[in-house]
Write a protein that binds this ligand. Structure first.
Ligand code: TYD
Length: 137
């Protein structure tokens, strides 16, 4: 069973020079999975809570490439932790079967999400009580 202790913040190298910064994310190199899917969330306001689900298979790496947001992560034991995403070179790695809420989006927030799986709505768990009880191993 994955717990909040399996969540990792990742600081990516900034390949900067006088032309600006560049950050490289390579699947299996500086994040712990091969990348099959990329999506990004923008235009969410500070009152919006997104996510509110767990995933049976999908792992994620999330980076606020612009602006800020927060992630509240909860494991199946009910332990929770809040992470701030506020720099374009900081990512959060979330393993499968972690409940996540994304919120407190700044007006300029662009939240980039990388995943090891293609989209499959059937692997999303959207009922919190069910999440707490299901398949604990
Ligand atoms: P949703 O899961 O509510 O977004 P989030 O949890 O990231 O806030 O997804 C919003 C809509 O987009 C929903 O209709 C499903 C669709 N969607 C896809 O088609 N593919 C994807 O990879 C994702 C993440 C969502």
């Amino acid at each position: 069973m994955n717990t909040i202790n399996d969540i990792k913040m990742i600081e990516f190298s900034q390949l900067g020079d006088d032309r600006g910064q560049l950050v490289v994310i390579e699947g299996g190199v500086n994040i712990p999975f091969e990348i099959k899917r990329i999506f990004y969330i923008y235009g969410a306001d500070s009152n919006t809570v997104r996510g509110q689900h767990a995933n049976r298979q999908s792992e994620f790496c999330m980076i606020n490439v612009s602006g800020k947001s927060k992630i509240k992560a909860i494991d199946q034991q009910g332990n929770e932790k809040i992470f701030n995403l506020d720099r374009p070179y900081i990512g959060i790695y979330l393993p499968a079967m972690i409940w996540k809420n994304m919120y407190d989006f700044s007006p300029d927030s662009v939240l980039l999400v990388l995943s090891n799986e293609h989209y499959d709505k059937n692997e999303y768990i959207r009922n919190y009580d069910y999440f707490l009880g299901v398949d604990k191993k």
